[in-house]
Ligand binder design. Structure first.
Ligand code: LLP
Length: 430
């Protein structure tokens, strides 16, 4: 029951493609996605809604990994996307992604970004704060345009996850607070603006969450809020967007339920609570990022130098590191890696998989049992598909890796490896 494929040669395969061939053909460090795994996860989410007979949208949180090819896959699967910047929106436009299936998030969208969204007729703007309501109102007035909006609220639920990944507690920089009446005030304001069509409510309680309970509490809180709004001014929301955040397996010690099981619990709570509060069940939208692309992505590295330190795990150094995956350094995130040529070979030692970047914190894995490795061996790091490439940098002026999509035994380059020339392309002389 390994979280990766092994082919007839006994090598790790991704989407039916041998990882040693990938390393040879495209070089390392390399990011490789199993595209069927992406499609399957979307289908699993879709079936939960179908089985529960509710209207829904599965909106991919593209911050986890945005590229033209990725948006094309989501489009093929009939999904929505959520974007959080002009850059993500631009990528979606370039991918030919249908704009009516785009949600635009962000706690400080610029006027230029909002104009871009209005000009391109994005499906919905997620209003985050009072300043934004005003800026958008004046843009719509100037352009004589109308647009769908939803209110992002903070339901006052703090999820058990890394502090940087929590977003739903009262003290969050995102959204309107429910408790203090801020959210209702925003609703009243929006309802007076004819150019805004108020679709509903949105909340996202955090990321890499393992407990169903937090989602159920948030769903209940949101339905309570909708019931309160209805009784106060008659407004009935058509859409309830519960965000994303469904936790995934990174290492053996993680044991989450399947991402779609979180969604099943949310949907059942929303249905039950709506009935109890005499509300028509709203359409339920989810915004998963990590659970769609995380387990489907792999980073391939080539082993180089080694340093033995008496009494502690040796450093086995690879040709990438914190520039292509900042998560271990930034969040103390844990990962697993296997030897591409023989992933089930008995380990000989426990090593630290170190990166090539010039700082001591650049350790990709602190405790990795591995068979003896040699320079030139390829390591496959598992579950790197979310917030890996998306947060990549050019630290130390290292070019960012290439990205390939693997499916049905074929590999397709979807993002080219950066070159040294790319690195200096925008540099100017004094
Ligand atoms: N919707 C909203 C409004 C969000 O803010 C996020 C994530 C998502 C959906 C998707 O959450 P997911 O299903 O991917 O957990 N860089 C961090 C993660 C930051 C997530 C921010 N918002 C990491 O590498 O763990």
């Amino acid at each position: 029951n390994q979280p990766y494929q092994i082919n007839e040669q006994g090598h790790v395969a991704i989407g039916g493609v041998d990882t040693l061939d990938l390393a040879k053909q495209f070089g390392t460090p390399l990011v490789a996605y199993d595209v069927s795994a992406i499609r399957n996860q979307i289908h699993h989410f879709q079936s939960v809604f179908e089985d529960n007979h509710v209207s829904y949208e599965v909106s991919y949180a593209s911050k986890a990994f945005a590229s033209i090819a990725m948006f094309q896959v989501i489009n093929e699967e009939g999904g929505h996307i959520d974007v959080v910047s002009g850059g993500e929106l631009y990528t979606a436009i370039k991918a030919g992604f249908p704009m009516e299936r785009v949600s635009f998030h962000g706690n400080n969208k610029s006027a230029a970004e909002l104009e871009m969204a209005v000009d391109n007729h994005v499906g919905v703007i997620m209003l985050d704060n009072f300043h934004e309501i005003e800026v958008l109102q004046s843009i719509l007035h100037e352009k004589q345009a109308t647009i769908n909006v939803m209110l992002r609220v903070t339901p006052g639920i703090s999820a058990h996850t890394h502090e940087y990944d929590q977003t739903g507690q009262v003290d969050s920089k995102f959204g309107f607070d429910i408790q203090s009446g801020q959210a209702f005030e925003a609703l009243e304001k929006v309802l007076t603006i004819d150019s805004m069509n108020m679709l509903g409510i949105h909340a996202h309680i955090g990321s890499q969450i393992f407990e169903v309970n937090g989602f159920e509490m948030a769903a209940k809180k949101l339905i309570d809020t909708l019931a309160e709004w209805k009784s106060k001014n008659g407004y009935e929301a058509k859409v309830l967007n519960v965000g994303g955040g469904f936790g995934i397996r990174y290492t053996e010690s993680d044991d989450p339920i399947a991402p779609e099981q979180f969604v099943d619990a949310i949907v059942k709570t929303v249905k039950a609570e709506s009935a109890e509060r005499m509300l028509t069940t709203p359409a339920i939208w989810i915004e998963p990022g990590r659970s769609i692309v995380g387990p489907a992505g792999y980073n391939l590295y080539t082993v180089g130098s080694r340093k033995d330190v008496p009494g502690i795990e040796p450093y086995v150094t690879v040709d990438g590191g914190m520039g292509d995956n900042i998560r271990p350094a930034l969040y103390q995130a844990d990962y697993e890696a296997v030897l591409a040529s023989d992933p089930t070979k008995k380990p000989d030692e426990t090593v630290r998989v170190a990166g090539k970047y010039c700082e001591s914190g650049d350790i990709l894995i602190k405790n990795q049992p591995l068979p003896a490795t040699h320079p030139g061996d390829v390591l496959v790091m598992l579950a790197t598909g979310a917030y890996g490439y998306a947060m990549a940098s050019n630290y130390n002026r290292n070019p960012r890796p290439a990205v390939v999509f693997c499916e049905n035994g074929e590999a397709k380059l979807v993002i080219k490896r950066e070159t040294f020339a790319d690195l200096v392309a925008r540099d100017l002389t004094i």
